[in-house]
Design a protein around this ligand. Structure first.
Ligand SMILES: *Cc1c(COP(=O)(O)O)cnc(C)c1O
Length: 473
């Protein structure tokens, strides 16, 4: 299997190259040159494997279709380590439970940092370690987080000598639980840097440091952001696993709380592989860039000033970094047109409108997408409703998904992807139902542990100094 860029017709590359590269040099995103196909017979076999051998064994069957440059025995080991039941709160890894009125919840947040990003990051961490060791190389991950990505990356990359992590977060802006998760980690390879400013300032500093080619090369700086295809690959697996647990063969719809379009694009790929998915229900919060696209065909990215701080903060995005992949497929995989739309560095306020094109008018339907958005009040009402009807506490992001799934009322079973445990967003849960959400035993007391974090002013120079200092040790 080879991987091509969404922006050029250059020959494809092997998986292990695009794993370490992340973003293509032409600015495009990598996708497999074609999607492997499955049929009813394959699915029946995979159901047996999931039920008898578990999630990691199913993951192996799916991932091997995309990765042909890692020996199978090694790949099996990688998947067994990534999805070891010891790391997850439930041995099923992704258990699926039933809510009233035809909805199901696929629990993606049972991993080490209690958000769905663990599902991808656990695999990415193992693949990085394997590939770096094979090449005799090391890497320095420099990232910025507003909450969930940072802790998922740190829990996946700790204790891996070939990987150093410098993670920037905005001082005092994450929830107390998110801060405790990251700052309580005591690992020589993990450095938390709390930057004076907001998330955008952190991201700007990362960009500025990455633009310094000499510094970047000297410290072998790389990234683990959501545009890495390996993260999407990991996520394809749970669409299959959840479907296999709910369906006997009939189509099922998925409702996906969305921000950067990373989660739902994996559902799109699973559907293109032949998994019988009826609708892909895209749910946004008040930041509705994506909902607007699927309603109108217009994609209008917004600036920081137009991006609202909501009670489902991990979906507060103004531009969706994985969206280009879907547009590439929508336009019949035309790299020239994709480059035209995204290539001139889509900046704030710039936009494109596919509303009048035959692809948008005919094809969106064929790709199964529908969309909706929710507000703070909708979210609170949904948390309350699910708690009262089913005795289950859901987090605010999951509530966005449940809300949109209920409002659109597509026929047939709908699986809502649960993207975080409610304890991560306790304040909103208390506002909704007056109850502090349960803390899983593994997280008890983390808010009292010593904090490992370096406070710096909001400048690239200050961050660079921390990196220099730590790399010299
Ligand atoms: C990251 C995140 C999302 C959004 O997922 P995307 O892949 O960015 O669309 C939703 N919910 C939670 C809890 C998240 O951490």
């Amino acid at each position: 299997m080879r991987y091509v860029s969404t922006r050029s017709a250059a020959p494809g590359k092997p998986f292990s190259d695009i794993l370490l590269e992340g973003l293509s040099a032409d600015g495009g995103l990598y996708l497999p040159e074609s999607y492997p196909q499955v049929d009813a017979g394959t699915l029946a076999g995979w159901r047996e494997i999931l039920l008898s051998d578990g999630y990691a064994a199913l993951a192996f069957e799916i991932v091997r279709l995309f990765v042909d440059d890692i020996p199978e025995a090694d790949l099996r080991g990688i998947l067994e380590r990534a999805y070891s039941p010891a790391k997850f709160l439930d041995p099923a890894i992704v258990p699926v439970t039933h809510l009233s009125d035809g909805l199901w919840l696929a629990h993606l947040s049972n991993g080490p940092s209690a958000a769905f990003k663990d599902m991808a990051m656990q695999l990415l961490g193992e693949l990085f370690e394997y590939e770096l060791e094979r090449r005799g190389e090391s890497i320095t991950i420099l990232g910025a987080t507003s909450g969930d990505t940072g802790s998922a990356a740190e829990y996946a990359l700790r204790g891996k000598p070939a990987v150093r992590v410098f993670m920037l977060s905005p001082q005092g802006r994450m929830t107390p639980f998110q801060q405790a998760q990251m700052f309580s980690l005591d690992d020589p390879g993990i450095v938390n840097i709390a930057v004076e400013g907001v998330f955008d300032d952190c991201q700007d500093i990362v960009k500025e440091i990455n633009a310094d080619a000499d510094f970047k090369a000297r410290h072998r700086i790389g990234a683990v952001n959501s545009i890495n295809f390996a993260r999407l690959l990991a996520q394809i697996v749970y669409y299959f696993a959840a479907w296999l647990r709910v369906s006997d063969g009939e189509p099922v719809s998925f409702a996906v709380p969305s921000g950067n379009f990373g989660n739902i694009v994996s559902g799109h790929i699973a559907r293109e592989m032949g998994l019988p998915i009826d609708r892909l229900i895209l749910a946004t919060n008040e930041n509705n860039v994506l909902e607007e696209f699927f309603r109108t065909g217009g994609y209008r990215i917004r600036g920081a000033a137009e991006t609202l701080a909501t009670s489902s903060p991990s979906m507060d995005i103004s531009k969706a970094s994985n969206f280009e992949r879907f547009v590439f497929d929508l336009l019949g995989r035309d790299p020239e047109r994709t480059a035209e739309l995204f290539g001139a560095q889509l900046v704030d306020g710039r936009s494109f409108d596919l509303g009048q094109t035959p692809e948008f008018q005919g094809q969106c339907e064929r790709f199964g997408f529908v969309s909706g958005s929710s507000s703070h009040a909708d979210r609170l009402a949904e948390i309350r409703r699910v708690f009262e009807a089913d005795g289950v506490v859901i987090d605010p992001h999951t509530a966005d998904g449940v809300h949109v799934a209920r409002t659109l009322a597509v026929p047939g079973p709908v699986i809502v992807l649960e993207t975080a445990l409610p304890i991560k967003f306790a304040e909103t849960i208390v506002e909704a139902i007056g109850v502090v959400p349960p803390t899983p035993a593994r997280f008890e007391g983390i808010e009292e542990l010593p904090r490992h974090v370096i406070d710096v002013p909001g400048t690239a120079a200050a961050v660079r100094a921390v990196i220099e200092d730590r790399m010299a040790q």
